[in-house]
Design a protein around this ligand. Structure first.
Ligand code: GLC
Ligand code: MG
Length: 621
């Protein structure tokens, strides 16, 4: 069960606000005059008064974070690749959606071997995406529309084209130790092999021989993505300066890429032990126990250092709205994730919904339904450290889209879950209209991770399918570009899955449902209220969101594959009827439920994929 905000914290927040105001001074003065100085705060904090105020929440706790993959969002110069001016031209979309934060995947100069996650200059914009003044324009326009901008910080590795690497490779001072260099191990037969058996996340050895330097260098991902050496204080400072560069321009936060891999053990020659529980093949990191190459404890100090830099930008007046946000990317258990809270990240990404939905699909040929979704969510809340804030993700540029994993029928339902949980939701571009993965032939495959696996297996790994162009309208190439060669194909369903159509249709659409949810999310109960699962069975997922003194909301969704008639338990039924605030598109279009109508909490008939958010009267007392 979700921990309700600690009442003491609420009290503190309220008291603090009051005591900054003039009203406070006047009241305290009057109180003292009457000789009841001690009782004044008690009077002010009477229960009903106190609970009308929201707890102090930072901006990143109240917003939806929307991920833009710049290559695929909007092309402004007809070269078939999305760019910053394209993004600027589409910012109204977020006002329509009621989304208040965008996160941009990398747009820095890059040879694009990993599509921007291989940076050759951290403090500029790749000409494909525009230039620094396009960035400034985008940021200013976004801020003018009350939109925060978070950027990707590819902290662990550069491109091998980065001048730092070139200079390190030829041992130019002071760059010699900017990367992780090691001699090979000489075998008895005098052949020289890799220092150790460490594996790249993308498969095969993570050591690459440099003919020029006559040493091996370490790379956690592609060989053309050498890992930086954070044991070198100059590197630590260089990377802090990168953060400063963007914060000085006014950026609101960073998403730190692949945090567990930014450092490795100091002992490059120690082999990793075999992991006998893993089923992975020997070319993959999971074949070994990865304690030497993943989440090494020294990462803590690095994150702490970034936190200090970010905090130095927070205004001294302690206005929460000025805080700079840091979210770090890792796929791991709550136990490992939680370390990053301690190090100073505002949130470690929580991919448990992605993983739950994926595993069940692959393992059982069936998706993760109600009980499995509830368990995944409970696991997040149960393991959240006190005072920390949860977050949820459904998909991103590295994972299949929700519609392709769950089926079109459940798209509104999963968006409904994402946007009604307690915690910050991240939405990958296109999920608000229910975009699906595209098919890409091996010949047309762009993603190096896919290509590496060859024609027989590339589809398992390639991330191209979920990176196709955003579908804006039913013009050529879905309004993404005027070029006849978008960098990836547009999904053929763009004629009816597109923003324009979904906005203007007289039907209820995935886009409208998303928007309804995004607006309703501002209700105190949905923003910070308690989350309590009601009666969950294999088909029905249902939970109540409640903040005292505010309307409560009951979410009910049929995640099963057959129609269900659902009765809520007596206690809920006693609270009267529910008013429909959001209804999934199929249920609305087929006339089962209408927005703003009242429904009794017994005998609710839900088809597979149907979901409702019902408003209940106040606290039901
Ligand atoms: C992160 C990114 C992924 C990239 C990898 C290497 O996992 O999300 O797209 O390939 O890091 O930078
Ligand atoms: Mg372009």
């Amino acid at each position: 069960m979700a921990p309700e905000k600690d009442p003491d914290e609420l009290k503190k927040g309220f008291c603090w606000k009051l005591c900054q105001s003039r009203l406070c001074l006047v009241l305290v003065f009057l109180g003292m005059a009457a000789g009841i100085a001690v009782s004044v705060p008690m009077v002010l904090l009477s229960k009903s008064l106190r609970e009308r105020f929201a707890p102090d929440m930072k901006w990143w706790q109240k917003t939806i974070v929307y991920q833009i993959y710049p290559r695929s969002f909007q092309d402004s110069d007809d070269d078939g690749v999305g760019d910053l001016r394209g993004i600027t031209s589409r910012l109204d979309h977020f006002q329509y959606l009621n989304v208040k934060t965008i996160w941009l995947s990398p747009f820095y100069p890059s040879p694009m071997r990993d599509f921007g996650y291989d940076v050759s200059n951290y403090v500029d914009v790749d000409p494909k995406f525009g230039n620094l003044s396009d960035f400034d324009d985008m940021l200013k326009t976004a801020h003018g529309k009350d939109l925060r901008v978070v950027i990707d910080f590819v902290a662990g590795h550069t491109s091998s084209d980065h001048p730092w690497f070139q200079l390190s490779q030829n041992r130019t001072s002071p760059y010699e130790d900017y990367y992780i260099w090691a001699n090979g191990t000489t075998l008895p037969n005098r052949t020289i092999v890799e220092p150790s058996n460490w594996m790249s996340v993308f498969g095969n050895s993570s050591w690459q021989w440099s003919d020029e330097r006559r040493q091996y260098y370490y790379h956690a991902f592609l060989a053309k993505q050498p890992t930086l050496n954070y044991r070198n204080p100059t590197v630590v400072e260089e990377m802090k300066n990168v953060i400063r560069f963007w914060m000085d321009r006014g950026v609101d936060g960073i998403r730190v890429d692949a945090i567990p891999y930014i450092m490795v053990s100091e002992d490059y020659y120690q082999d990793q032990a075999r992991n006998y529980t893993a089923t992975a093949v020997w070319t993959k990191p999971a074949y070994y126990i990865t304690n030497l190459t993943k989440n090494v404890p020294d990462i803590g100090d690095i994150v702490k250092g970034w936190r200090e830099v970010l905090d130095s930008y927070e205004d001294s007046d302690d206005d929460d709205d000025k805080s700079r946000f840091m979210i770090v990317e890792l796929y791991d258990t709550p136990e490992v994730r939680n370390r990053y809270f301690e190090y100073g990240a505002d949130m470690p990404f929580n991919f448990d919904l992605v993983t739950a939905l994926d595993n069940h699909y692959q393992v059982h040929g069936n998706f993760c339904a109600a009980i499995c979704i509830r368990d995944a969510i409970n696991n997040v809340y149960d393991n959240l450290p006190k005072g920390k804030w949860a977050n949820f993700v459904l998909s991103n540029h590295d994972n299949r889209r929700a519609a392709s994993r769950m089926g079109e029928l459940y798209v509104d339902a999963v968006n409904m879950v994402l946007l009604t949980l307690r915690g910050t939701p991240t939405t990958y571009y296109g999920e608000e209209i229910g975009m699906e993965d595209i098919f890409v032939s091996y010949q047309d495959t762009q993603d190096p991770f896919g290509k590496k696996y060859g024609p027989a297996r590339y589809q398992e790994k390639s991330r191209d399918p979920e990176r196709s162009p955003m579908q804006w309208d039913d013009n050529k190439n879905a309004g993404f570009t005027n070029s006849s060669h978008p960098w990836l194909a547009v999904h053929p369903n763009y004629t009816h899955v597109n923003v324009e159509w979904e906005k203007n249709s007289t039907n209820t659409t995935t886009l409208k449902v998303y928007r309804d949810l995004a607006i309703l999310r501002e209700e105190p109960s949905l923003q910070y209220g308690l989350l309590k699962f009601t009666d969950v069975n294999p088909d029905i997922l249902s939970y109540l969101r409640s903040a005292e003194e505010h309307p409560h909301f009951l979410v009910v969704i049929n995640f099963g594959q057959v129609p269900v008639t659902h009765d809520f338990p007596g206690a809920l039924v006693n609270r009267g009827q529910g008013r429909v605030k959001v209804v999934t598109s199929q249920a609305a279009n087929e006339g089962r439920f209408a927005k703003d109508s009242s429904v009794p909490l017994t005998q609710i008939k839900l088809q597979p994929g149907d979901g409702l958010v019902l408003e209940l009267a106040e606290s039901g007392k």
